[in-house]
Design a protein around this ligand. Structure first.
Ligand code: NAD
Length: 365
């Protein structure tokens, strides 16, 4: 019997339902044409869940996420919920999902599709062929460390405190993800911290070395985070896998993202351990400025689903089918407005979905 792949679709707010609608069509096509058995459930997260249930993530939806092999998330948030208390904001639903599913490793590829080389702010020769994977530790570090807060000192001054803290096990599990990925890629890991000024950075470097010894076939190097930021815009193709902490990963992955052109092109995966969940989502937000107009780019979401096929469902042929279809559509000159270039044709969200499915059919025939 064909294995069932359980997917929870959380389209969310703003352009979420539009771009995830195209993902659903790709899933349906694969089910019908590749004898794959996808069991898809839809549920609410974010502002739409708050509107209906008074919370951005219900316990029932969380349980559905736990039961799924992969969660596909669109985007959450928007000005409509700007006055809602922080614990009920759409973003709180997303953070809870990441925490409860124990998603400690965030994978962000920065891949430059050849037809879009001209859309980068860097020179074409610097980004042509670019293929970097950033592994960002997602559940530790300064965003979660205690003590934290704003206090008033005896002299009346205010003091803001956040604590950068990492334990060996937190570093080890993120490092394993990076080394395993490097084994499927070019075999190189660049571990990034600031060990010159931070003890937690020194620990990061030493523990990355410990795990590196378990992967003798992978080349491990180290770089300070400020230098890495500079190198990403100077010579980005020197990197294969970058392994870094939550704070530096947040910043470096946004720099790497812009090397490739548009937010609308960039997928991501958040993974836990073997028995934990996995969540796949475009890196962009809910884009309220263009929501409901059928003009959003669905490629980041479709490529996020391709990542699910690769990392959760272990279907490399279908992953490549989607990635090649996206490349072919771009090579034909079809563009949504956000990636528009001179002499190309602007098409809608649904027309981009049509074109990608058509390209998948063409490659398969
Ligand atoms: P955004 O990513 O939603 O939009 C930034 C700009 O990029 C906008 O001009 C938007 O139109 C454009 N854009 C984004 N995705 C696009 C796509 N697929 N196709 C074409 N254009 C696209 O960021 P923002 O405006 O800062 O945030 C809007 C809302 O989204 C906020 O409420 C924010 O909190 C939320 N947000 C959610 C997530 C998430 O769900 N993971 C991530 C970031 C922001």
């Amino acid at each position: 019997m064909t294995k069932t792949h359980k997917i929870l679709m959380l389209a969310g707010d703003g352009i979420g339902p539009e771009v995830m609608g195209e993902v659903s069509r790709v899933i349906k096509w694969l089910g019908e044409n590749r004898s794959l058995n996808f069991d898809v459930t839809d549920a609410l997260v974010g502002g739409c869940s708050y509107d209906k249930y008074g919370v951005p993530l219900t316990d029932e939806t969380l349980q559905l996420a736990r039961d799924a092999d992969a969660v596909m998330l669109g985007a959450v948030g928007g000005p409509k919920w700007a006055d809602v208390s922080y614990d009920k904001r759409p973003e709180a639903g997303l953070l809870k999902l990441r925490k409860e599913l124990n998603l400690f490793a965030n994978l962000r590829p920065a891949l430059c599709f050849e037809p879009l080389v001209g859309a980068s702010s860097l020179k074409p020769e610097l980004v042509s062929g670019l293929d970097i994977m950033i592994v960002r530790e997602l559940t530790g570090g300064v965003y979660f460390g205690e003590p934290r807060g704003i206090e008033i000192l005896p002299n009346g001054e205010r003091k803001g405190v956040n604590t950068q803290v990492y334990t060996t096990s937190e570093i080890h599990r993120a490092a394993h993800v990076a080394f395993n990925l490097a084994g499927k890629r070019d075999g190189r890991v660049m571990s990034v911290e600031k060990c010159n000024v931070m003890e937690s950075g020194l620990l990061w470097r030493e523990e990355a070395e410990v795990i590196g010894k378990e992967y003798p076939q992978i080349k491990l190097d180290h770089m300070l985070a400020d230098n890495c930021a500079m190198q990403l815009v100077k010579n980005p193709k020197q990197f294969d896998v970058i392994l870094t902490d939550n704070l530096f990963g947040d910043i470096l992955s946004d720099i790497a993202a812009m090397l490739t052109g548009s937010l609308g092109m960039l997928p991501s995966a958040s993974l836990g351990g073997e028995n934990d969940g996995a969540m796949y989502e475009p890196i962009h937000g809910s884009a309220p400025d263009i929501a409901g107009q059928n003009i959003a780019n669905p490629i980041a979401s479709i490529l996020s689903f391709a990542m699910a096929l690769r990392y959760t469902f272990d279907l490399p042929d279908e992953t490549l089918l989607i990635e090649n279809a996206v490349n072919n559509v771009l090579a034909e000159g079809l563009r949504t407005a956000d990636i528009m270039q001179e002499n190309k044709a602007t098409i809608s969200t649904s027309a981009m979905g049509d074109a990608i499915i058509h390209a998948m059919e063409k490659i398969s025939s």
